[in-house]
Write a protein that binds this ligand. Sequence first.
Ligand code: GUN
Length: 284
Amino acid sequence: MAQIIDGKTISQQIKEELKEEAGRLREAGIEACLAVVQVGTDPASTIYVRNKRRACEYIGIRSLLHELPENTSQEELLALIEQLNEDPKVHGILVQLPLPKQMDESVILKAIDPGKDVDGFHPINVGRLCIGEKSYLPCTPAGIIELLKRSGITVAGKECVVIGRSNIVGKPMSLLLLQENGTVTIAHSKTEHLKEVAKRADILVVAIGKPGFITREYVKEGAAVIDVGIHRNSQNKVCGDVDFEDVRQVAGAVTPVPGGVGPMTIAMLMRNCLEAAKETVEQR
Ligand code: GUN
């Protein structure tokens, strides 16, 4: 039976560390501050934004919420971003995705000052990650690396398979695993013989967006399986991309949903915010 990788406990440990760091910054006269922008009222986004603000409150990071109506124009959002870029009290800026259809996501993400881009989505930060320079790391992949490290799972030399090639998870995940000296394969919806490819993995990261898709036939005995999916099943229960009960029979370690990757994503956002605030101390 697989070890269950407890993201809730590990993220709590990280949040305690960050709480102390926020306290030290406050003593140095800096109150770390995250500006969160939500456009429209997508229910999932509302929950994510609420959880992010709760984490800020817990750690001692000031959070400013800008709620804009669904019909906000791109120019209005760009004007707000510009104002937040210029505000020296704001260290991090997060524009919750997805955005309404009248907006071009890539234009919006490029408008955020790369030094305040705590999501790590600006092309400058993506480029820095790609060439191995210090940058803000996208929170979900960074959280997965931290989960592996704190669970004693080494990446170096291992076969890593990432299923999914999104800009938010799949691509940066594969770069981070490579940076940790993994041997990395990126698989996706067009990959042929997906079962065989997935079964090569010592570390299998699943971000395919299909509830319960990964069963034991995709998993090598003893592999670590990381589930990035989050869905509601037919009984309205939260579940991931991995059939947890089936996979845990063969895997060496597996993350549950909820309580696996999700809480780590938020912890890494908090870490990025404190990094951004610390930069301003170092620049003084
Ligand atoms: N929507 C879903 N995940 C994310 C995320 O990590 N950051 C932002 N800004 N929006 C999201």
